[in-house]
Design a protein around this ligand. Structure first.
Ligand SMILES: *Cc1c(COP(=O)(O)O)cnc(C)c1O
Length: 359
């Protein structure tokens, strides 16, 4: 029958009428930039995360650059970042003037640990970007206990939870992407920064609007990077449903476990105390090409997202001379298989049957 890699449209069907009303409301208001929808979404999203402030920005990449600058990161500083992540986690660093320093991950959780971060710290380290990869939740408190502020890259982790709260409220500052395929997606580009430090929030708010507080005087070189009213209105319709969609993602992971997938391939291991809303369900196998071939033959969506880790990308050459054993292992053996809030146990069984052919 086949199973798609993800399904972003089915969960929206029941929300269509409400989405149309929200879009109409913005058309009628004739306010498109930094109006009441963005303010309301910022308040609602901060509350959802358990943070005091949220600042809407144009996308998840800008969110990282602006958040780093709001933390005071600049020329001469180093920022520790994993190499096994979406490229943008690291790409967002050089525009601040700082240098990326790549650290390793635990290949079973796909996340950084306090140990892998510690190995990359130097006296010049100004911040750590801990990526909650695939919806798993990196151990932020353990990393901040090393004495360095953490930016959570939570682009893939809306809806996940950890022992001490949600992504967005675990570190000094956090960033989100609302790209359509993310756990909470809008109908274009969008992003947000969350923090409970008023000063960081204020700096981020200024930076997203050309480094100005009053639109007349310009204190620093900033960005034109805003979440717009239409996207905020669309996100406000979906936010109340994020929890049930996240539960659907957790349930889909359980379907795979109950169907015996763990006997065939390496399953993603939730970081201790966390309950991931899997954004991507990423398994591993030493002979991953055989798995790819069998899934392809059965019409089952699959994708190796990060076969070439970021530190080995041409654009990162200058900073890429590091040995990262866990990263190389994950890069070689990982494979994303179908995941969505509406993945059924029948679909999971179909995927597991194809995987059984391969191994
Ligand atoms: C998607 C993503 C980003 C970038 O978000 P955009 O909105 O596409 O700019 C950053 N980090 C991670 C881990 C992501 O998955």
């Amino acid at each position: 029958m086949g199973v798609p890699l993800f399904d972003t449209s089915t969960p929206l069907i029941s929300l269509r009428e409400e989405l149309r009303r929200a879009i109409d409301g913005v058309l009628e208001s004739e306010r498109y930039i930094l109006g009441p929808e963005v303010s309301a979404f910022e308040q609602e999203f901060a509350e959802y995360c358990g943070a005091t402030h949220a600042v809407g920005v144009a996308n998840g990449t800008d969110a990282i650059t602006i958040a780093l600058r709001a933390m005071g990161v600049g020329a001469g500083d180093e920022v520790v970042v994993p190499s096994f992540t979406f490229y943008a986690s690291a790409e967002a660093i050089p525009p601040t003037g700082a240098t990326p320093v790549f650290c390793d991950i635990d290949p079973e959780t796909y996340c950084v640990t306090a140990e892998t971060v510690r190995a990359a710290l130097t006296p010049r380290t100004k911040a750590v970007i801990a990526v909650h990869l695939f919806g798993n939740v990196a151990p932020i408190a353990e990393i901040e206990a090393l004495g360095v502020p953490v930016l959570e890259d939570a682009a893939q982790a809306a809806g996940s939870t950890a022992q001490d709260g949600r992504p967005g409220a675990l570190g000094t500052v956090a960033t989100f992407s609302f790209f359509p395929s993310k756990n909470l997606g809008c109908f274009g580009d969008g992003g947000a920064i969350t923090t409970s430090e008023a000063e960081i929030a204020e700096r981020a708010r200024t930076l997203r609007f050309h480094g100005s507080r009053d639109k007349v005087t310009y204190e620093q070189v900033g960005y034109n990077s805003r979440l717009d009213e239409l996207q905020a209105a669309i996100l406000r319709v979906q936010l109340p449903h994020l929890e049930s969609m996240a539960d659907g993602r957790r349930r889909a992971g359980l379907h795979y476990e109950h169907a015996g997938l763990g006997e065939l391939v390496g399953l993603p291991r939730a970081v201790e105390g966390s309950s991931p809303a899997w954004h991507l369900y990423v398994v591993s196998h030493p002979a991953v090409e055989r798995l790819e071939a069998e899934l392809a033959a059965a019409g089952i969506g699959h994708k190796p997202y990060y076969r070439i880790p970021v530190h080995r990308q041409a654009a990162m050459r200058e900073w890429g001379n590091v040995e990262l054993a866990g990263t190389e292992q994950a890069a070689r053996t990982h494979l994303a298989i179908p995941m969505s809030p509406v993945l059924t146990s029948e679909q999971a069984a179909e995927v597991v049957a194809a995987a059984r052919q391969a191994v």
